[in-house]
Design a protein around this ligand. Structure first.
Ligand SMILES: [Zn+2]
Length: 263
């Protein structure tokens, strides 16, 4: 086919229009938008989940299938850490590529060894286990297992006897100190690692207690106030969402969906 000069100009024009449309249809991210995008993963409004037993009994125990269902919801979409790793990352100004989620397990049920830890390893998810020492009073094996855990798992203190700390602070200061301070020292001795996280038994705490826990050496404290950690960096306690029956998978789905970073 012979291409006349007129035809050539026509084709060049078509090509230019096509290129123009292509360039303009590509999403342009301005510097300002980029900044906002990075800022939203700075870890300030993180979802921290609180689990208890798996395959056990009662309102706070979920089945192993439900637990796996929850981990599947998180896989590939979120960065999943222990409290310590998440906190250190936030403090260092780390930028998360995906919204961070923290997993915590209270009370040291046997299922953390038989179900939780093997499952989390399969997903490469970190987590914090809050233990009250009375739970393993007769078992040094538990501490040997805990001491051998990889660093993606953290051990935090949940007191000596799972006492109501508010009540103790009012009525028996000596016991209060033991529950909050001695439990940290004893755990450190038993697992051979620093213990920097504390979970308030039953979620009971007040302003005075936050200060006491800080003085006892805890850098991170958590409650069960059922919200994200936004605006809590000036205080010393972070809120958690307790996962419970019925329909824990739907519950987690809903929590992730209602927080704007997590949609
Ligand atoms: Zn507890």
């Amino acid at each position: 086919m012979k291409v006349t000069p007129t035809k050539r100009i026509f084709f060049i024009n078509i090509w230019l229009i096509f290129t123009f449309v292509l360039i303009n249809s590509y999403p342009v991210v301005s510097r300002e938008q980029k900044k906002i995008k990075l800022k939203k993963y700075d870890g300030k409004n993180t979802i921290i989940f609180c689990f208890h037993d798996i395959d056990g009994e009662g309102k706070y125990s979920i089945t192993s299938d439900e637990f796996t269902g929850i981990l599947d919801l998180l896989r590939g979409k979120y960065e999943v850490y222990s409290l310590k790793d998440w906190y250190e990352k936030v403090q260092s100004g780390y930028t998360f590529q995906r919204p961070p989620v923290v997993l915590t397990f209270d009370d040291g049920y046997e299922s953390i060894f038989s179900i939780v830890i093997p499952e989390l390893k399969r997903y490469s998810f970190g987590a914090t286990f809050f233990i009250y020492l009375e739970r393993y009073a007769d078992s040094s094996i538990a501490y040997t297992e805990i001491a051998a855990l990889p660093d993606i798992f953290e051990i935090g203190s949940h007191s000596l006897t799972h006492a109501d700390m508010e009540k103790l602070y009012k009525n028996n200061l000596n016991t209060f100190y033991k529950e909050i301070f001695l439990s940290r020292k004893k755990l450190e001795y038993l697992v051979g690692k620093p213990v920097i996280s504390w979970a308030w038994p039953y979620g009971y705490y007040n302003k005075d207690l936050l200060l006491m826990a800080k003085r006892a050496g805890y850098e991170i404290q958590v409650n069960t106030d059922y919200k994200t950690t936004n605006d809590e960096f000036s205080e010393s306690t972070f809120s958690r969402y307790t996962v419970q029956n019925p329909d824990p998978v739907d519950q987690v789905k809903e929590i992730l969906a209602k927080n704007h970073l997590y949609r």
